[in-house]
Design a protein around this ligand. Structure first.
Ligand SMILES: Cc1ncc(COP(=O)(O)O)c(C=O)c1O
Length: 365
């Protein structure tokens, strides 16, 4: 049998799909073959049978517990990636005679705006391209249209390594793309009407999207929408309008259990601050050598995007890191440089090792 021990695994700084907790992967190895002693693996069980029924029910319950999600929010597991939400949101929540406010803070919000414009009128309430997306705006920088259907923003910009410190204030419903920092810290649900997140960063494998939406929003969805693109229709069937992504839901459920076993989101948040601090401290201690892309007050705890003094040294850093078991550090093609993604499951020890590596690399070069 081909097994793999923790020592065979290298540090995976990939922005997503990204590293998952070891205990979750070990359990999945078992359950892939035979779950609950049923003699059948998780991918082979009917979605209508009792074993998957238990998996789904637990995933929803544990998701609610992890996020302290109030009962007036519905928890849905959808497909099509976070990008499908860029289309579904305007289809469901843009209404005649109203615009939707969009905050453009990077590549992904830009894509969401392009898709929304295909459905209806978009008001660009903030244009981050003017400052090369180097920060997330404070309220005074945002120009909201009044009486909007909703406001859409992205809490953490995976490519630029920027994040909102607080939720922008608005009178309209708030919809947030939390793909790259979902469940990295506690959430104040009073401030949101819908949050969505592609799983492949903090929650599980690609191919499943977590949507948490206020029940009062669901009542607005038109019956004329195609069923699979209608949040209300999917919610009425408990995410089982068609065959759901069973393995993705299973694995997300295991990640939720892992978060609870680690002490929940307060503990995870503390750990994430510590991890990011280790790396930012070294980058800040070598200001003549490293430049962090994000302005200080917008720095992400999940994605740290930076560069050295030349593209050649950036490439050298990535190559040398590869020789000591660190992968996935190449910056996004739109930004270049280096990006270290250190989501919930990325180990503290890995951040310590990377910080040491950065210190030595700066000294040697
Ligand atoms: C913030 C954010 N939103 C949306 C997406 C798109 O996700 P998907 O590829 O699942 O459609 C990504 C992908 O990395 C992302 O980082």
């Amino acid at each position: 049998m081909n097994t793999c021990s923790a020592t065979d695994r290298i540090l995976n700084f990939s922005a997503g799909p990204a590293t998952l907790p070891e205990s979750v992967l070990r359990q999945a190895q078992v359950d892939l073959f035979n779950i609950d002693g049923s003699g059948i693996g998780i991918c082979e069980h009917s979605h209508r049978g009792p074993v998957f029924g238990r998996v789904l029910e637990e995933a929803v319950a544990n998701c609610r517990e992890v996020g302290q999600i109030p009962d007036d929010f519905e928890i849905l597991f959808l497909q099509g990636g976070a990008s499908m939400q860029f289309t579904m949101i305007p289809m469901n929540f843009m209404f005649e005679g109203q615009v939707a406010n969009y905050l453009d803070t990077g590549v992904w919000t830009n894509k969401s705006i392009i898709e929304a414009k295909k459905i209806g009128p978009v008001h660009l309430a903030y244009d981050g391209s003017q400052t090369n997306y180097d920060h997330c705006p404070v309220d005074s920088e945002i120009d909201l249209a009044s009486d909007a259907s909703y406001m859409h923003f992205c809490s953490n910009n995976t490519i630029y390594g920027t994040r909102f410190k607080s939720v922008p204030k608005t009178d309209s419903p708030v919809i947030c793309d939390m793909s790259s920092d979902m469940f990295s810290k506690p959430i104040d649900w009073d401030l949101y009407d819908m949050i969505y997140a592609g799983a492949q960063k903090n929650l599980g494998p690609s191919g499943v999207v977590l949507v948490v939406v206020r029940k009062s929003m669901l009542e607005k969805c038109s019956d004329n929408l195609p069923s699979l693109l209608n949040y209300n229709a999917v919610a009425k069937k408990g995410s089982m309008l068609n065959t759901p992504p069973t393995f993705g839901i299973y694995l997300m459920g295991e990640v939720f259990k892992w978060i609870l076993s680690e002490g929940g989101l307060l503990e995870i948040d503390k750990r994430n601050s510590h991890k990011a601090g280790l790396i930012y401290n070294v980058l800040d201690s070598c200001p003549d050598f490293y430049t962090v892309f994000a302005q200080e007050e917008s720095r992400s705890l999940m994605n740290i995007s930076f560069k050295t003094i030349s593209p050649e040294l950036d490439a050298k850093l990535i190559t040398e890191a590869g020789t000591v078991g660190m992968s996935g550090l190449k910056g996004h093609r739109d930004l270049g440089g280096i990006r270290a993604s250190i989501y919930n499951a990325f180990p503290v020890d890995g951040c310590v090792r990377f910080a040491e590596f950065l210190q030595t690399f700066a000294a040697n070069n």
